[in-house]
Design a protein around this ligand. Sequence first.
Ligand code: PLP
Length: 454
Amino acid sequence: ETAELRNDLDLPAKDARHVLHPWADLQALGSDRPVVMNSAKGVRVKDSEGTTYLDAIGGMWCMTVGYGCEELADAIGDQARQMAYYTSFGDVSNEPAAQLAEKLAELSPGDLNRVHFTTGGSTAVESAVRIAHYYFAAQGKPEKRHVLSRVNAYHGGTYLTQSLSGKAADKTHFHYETEFIHHLSSPGHDPDRDPLSAEARLTELLDEMEAEIQRLGPENVACFVAEPILASGGVLTPPKGYQKATLELCRKHGILYVSDEVVTGFGRLGHFFASEARFGIVPDMIITAKGITSGYQPLGAVLVSDRIAETISKAAPSEKPVFSNGFTYSGHPVACAAALTNIKIMTRDDICGHVRDVGPYFMARLRELLDSPIVYTVRGDHLMACVECWTGEEAGPNDKNMALAARVDAYCQEAGLLVRPYENLCILSPPLVISRDDIDEIVGIMGSALTRAA
Ligand code: PLP
């Protein structure tokens, strides 16, 4: 029956008729035929019509050990046979969840020793904000509930995490009414293009953050939620020292720092967690998802400091005896088993070391594309990167530049390469097992696509 399904040539038509796609131009999909992917191995995926692509998107930032990993498939199958599901509400747990929590505590920095499992990144970010609210309410400070985020941030697709996210275009036709969320400026600094020096930009960003905290009153601000490098907002790297300086500002004002490592964690920057290893900070909470299972199972987690965990555990029983946050699939045994095996493989094969080795090569080769007249800038870090297109007139996500990037993406796809189109950007986040030859292939195809589109 599975083989029959795979040979069903009508699949794109069925999909177009019946699937309401997330984050899609639904009008375009109505007239177009979606590409239906149905098999994958290593860094390549194959569609229902037999075309193979090099997946430089890495699924959606989540592929670490590569597609078709038998060991991971076996771990998932074995756990599904042993015990496919049980709840972890209340005082019930399961073996993989307990083992994974211990492993995550070991891999995470500082005293982030408690793990609150969720179903993905959005539910983890949302849970972190609720933990921050609960933490202060438990100390008799319910008014300390305002949340700082940034323009261009992406923290998920739920109501709260979309409100936290900072892309105006994503909010069209939605009406968010979360008056406790405040957006600071987008912190990206591009040394090739920014008129300000990194130092001047850093000063500007910190002054703005301090002023916003003062405007709200530090006693009213619960937490700052921040990706160390903004991923979906366009691979935006803040100026050097920003993460540390913003953490210090938070500490000074008793504000919790939530580091959203959904993309930067699990090896994409060469470490299991980038917060401390790359940016020298031990936040109060770290969010992880995506690469935690190499995308083989949906899973997210909030790593919480001992201090926060103890405080919320001691919330006065008469006031609020239950920490009322969680999901049917929190601590899902099959997802946790996948994460445990994923960590085993990543450690054994030193995948973080591999990223530290090929990451600079990836960025250096991509920067060769700056020779194209339609490339405004190339930016990124290790295996998260983006090529920004422009017609040479005005930079930014205007109609002309977006149409140009869409052509580049289409030409790449025609030549067997998937890059992620986003506004006027081509975003790249390949599986972490990418080789130098694969990188050469990516740059070769992109170079031809840029020449064709120019
Ligand atoms: N946080 C960041 C930084 C992300 O990039 C994403 C997804 O792209 C999310 C949170 C949301 O994760 P999910 O889509 O698993 O809910």
